[in-house]
Ligand binder design. Structure first.
Ligand SMILES: *[C@@H]1O[C@H](CO)[C@@H](O)[C@H](O)[C@H]1NC(C)=O
Length: 319
């Protein structure tokens, strides 16, 4: 048998791989948000969703589009200049246009992340996402409101040569009549290549009001705060979120697969380097793998024999 010795290596590999994956995946699980033991599934709201806010400045106006994805980082568009896009890891992106009223001239002013996992960026911080029940939240005035409050940090906005910290607060309000995707505008950038999110959305409402709305943008010393409001039935506490038992199993499969792959690759590399192995010999336990079909056949035959034998002797097997 060649190196590496199987069990120990697999164990070590899974130990190394597990925390990396749980950190990466744990952060983006919008399918199971559990707050005060109440589970919510906000998967349907995932994807790039936008709101537009317009400020009248007299001779011109500023239209800012805020795009949010609560389930994963926003995607990048290939055909858009890098500086005109939010950095990798952004969850809430602001795109600011200045429109002069008379000429109708539209100038892209700035693009900056409000929130996201941006610690690798020069100015960004950890997203540090926090969920709260609305009724328990101190920052919410109305205790009768049912829903969730999400806070996401980590953004920064370039202003006067400085960088202002940003954060987003999203209020998910229980509204049984809405999925949360009604009347949403199409995101300005194709945050997800080739996908028109509008088409996937819920039925548009007659009153025309979008389910996701801009509430305020407040400048403050510690961080500027973008507040959004999202009316959706998925924020209702009895939204019967099916607790998915797939979680563990999926995990198990991913880890098993990654570990096996890593083990095979590493083992082959070792065999190649140490013993100059080629072909079948590259694989760790190559001999065993090669014999596997025969071993299986043998095993099947034995099982078959046992079953048939047991049958013919009548009642012998029933212990
Ligand atoms: C800017 O916002 C105003 C007010 O909502 C809207 O009427 C106008 O169409 C917007 N302009 C652009 C270019 O999006």
């Amino acid at each position: 048998m060649r190196l590496p010795g199987s069990a120990a290596d697999t164990a070590i590999l899974s130990t190394i791989l597990f925390p990396i994956f749980s950190a990466a995946i744990g952060n983006i699980d919008c399918t199971r948000v559990v707050v005060n033991k109440i589970p919510f599934n906000l998967k349907e709201l995932g994807g790039a969703r936008s709101v537009m806010h317009s400020v009248d400045l007299g001779p011109s106006r500023t239209n800012t589009t805020y795009t949010i994805d609560i389930c994963k980082p926003l995607g990048k568009a290939k055909d858009v200049n890098k500086d005109d896009q939010c950095p990798h890891g952004t969850r809430v992106c602001a795109i600011e246009h200045q429109i002069s009223d008379e000429e109708g001239k539209d100038v892209l002013m700035r693009v900056y992340p409000i929130a996201g996992e941006l610690h690798e960026q020069l100015n960004g911080k950890d997203m540090n996402a926090k969920w709260e029940l609305l009724k328990n939240s101190e920052s919410n005035d109305d205790p009768t409101e049912e829903g969730l409050l999400l806070e996401m940090n980590g953004g920064y906005k370039p202003e006067d040569g400085k960088s202002r910290p940003q954060k987003a607060v999203v209020k998910f309000l229980c509204d049984k009549s809405r999925t949360g995707l009604e009347n949403l505008p199409k995101p300005e950038n194709p945050f997800e290549e080739g996908k028109d999110k509008r088409e996937e959305g819920g039925e548009d409402k007659d009153d025309g009001s979008p389910s996701l709305q801009f509430v305020s943008y407040t400048e403050a010393n510690d961080a500027d705060v973008l507040e959004l409001k999202w009316k959706t039935k998925y924020a209702c506490e009895d939204a019967n979120p099916v607790v998915e038992h797939w979680g563990f199993f999926t995990w198990f499969l991913i880890i098993a697969f990654m570990s096996t792959a890593a083990y095979l690759i590493f083992g082959s590399w070792l065999n190649y380097n140490r013993y100059g192995a080629r072909g079948w010999d590259l694989l760790p336990h190559g001999d065993t793998l090669r014999d596997l079909p025969y071993l299986l056949k043998d095993w099947f035959r034995r099982v078959l024999n046992t079953v048939q034998g047991g049958g013919s002797r009548g009642g012998y097997a029933a212990v």
